[in-house]
Design a protein around this ligand. Structure first.
Ligand SMILES: CC(C)c1onc(-c2c(Cl)cccc2Cl)c1COc1ccc(-c2ccc3[nH]c(C(=O)O)cc3c2)cc1
Length: 232
């Protein structure tokens, strides 16, 4: 059947994509990925700085999602805490495969590999990154999928599930149509995108264990990360 994106859906997509483009890690922070210190300590500190900056970006992006600021304030916090890691996986996936100027390795891959994360987490994490990169998502799909992830109703401690569903559903509807229009040869593309969200949930579980093992080796996080991840 002919898939039509309505005027309202076009407007919603425009708002989400503009917010996604507007809120980015500052270039001077992103450029630090290119510096040439590669010790485990250096990598951990750099990744901590990137994550802290990325959380700020995600908070600003989330505040631009129509209706988000009208949600119950405690639910707003619960949604941000419950989705921060997943939103950061989606966002960092876009730069994961970017090669260093010397062309050998990914600007992120080497640092994550040498930052005190045990191999048991590196494998699923890198498999996810490769599967996301392999989808060749458009900017609209990345922005909508990030908003959909943040607006997941069944995060821990969310009280008014229905209010969150009411915001998430229109995003799912327009993402489904965008997928059909942008990937006409792949009728299952939308289903594959949603499958990534399921895989993201398992990574959130792994991430909690990563945090514990870092803390056991006395690694310090920033106040913002401690707050969003309930550590220290
Ligand atoms: C606290 C640190 C050590 C940490 O803990 N878990 C993770 C962690 C890990 Cl490894 C994996 C996935 C999620 C988390 Cl949350 C991290 C590091 O997290 C990030 C690393 C890089 C980026 C990031 C995002 C967007 C970017 N754009 C650009 C650019 O050049 O424009 C660079 C860049 C970097 C974001 C989070």
């Amino acid at each position: 059947e002919k898939v039509e994106i309505t005027k309202e859906q076009k407007a919603l997509t425009k708002v989400i994509v503009e917010a996604y483009n507007r809120h980015q890690i500052p270039q001077d922070v992103a450029k630090k990925l290119l510096q040439d210190q590669y010790s485990v300590e250096e990598n951990f500190l750099l990744l901590t700085e990137m994550a802290t900056s990325q959380v700020q970006v995600i908070v600003e992006f989330t505040k631009s999602i129509p209706g988000f600021l009208s949600l119950d304030h405690e639910d707003q916090i619960a949604l941000l805490k419950g989705s921060a890691v997943e939103a950061m996986f989606l966002r960092s996936a876009q730069v994961f495969s970017k090669k260093m100027p010397n062309g050998h390795n990914g600007i992120l891959e080497e640092r994550i590999r040498k930052s005190g994360i045990s191999e048991e987490f590196i494998t699923p994490m890198f498999n996810f990154y490769k599967s996301i990169i392999g989808l060749h998502m458009s900017l609209e799909e990345q922005a909508l999928l990030t908003a959909i992830t943040i607006l997941t109703p069944d995060r821990p401690y969310v009280k008014d599930h229905q209010a969150v569903e009411k915001l998430q559903e229109p995003m799912l509807d327009v993402l489904r149509k965008v997928c059909v229009l942008q990937h006409p040869q792949e009728p299952q593309y939308f289903a594959r995108l949603l499958g990534r969200l399921t895989e993201l949930r398992t990574l959130t579980h792994y991430h909690a264990e990563m945090l514990t093992s870092w803390r056991m080796n006395d690694h310090k996080f920033t106040p913002l990360l401690c707050e969003i991840w309930d550590v220290q």
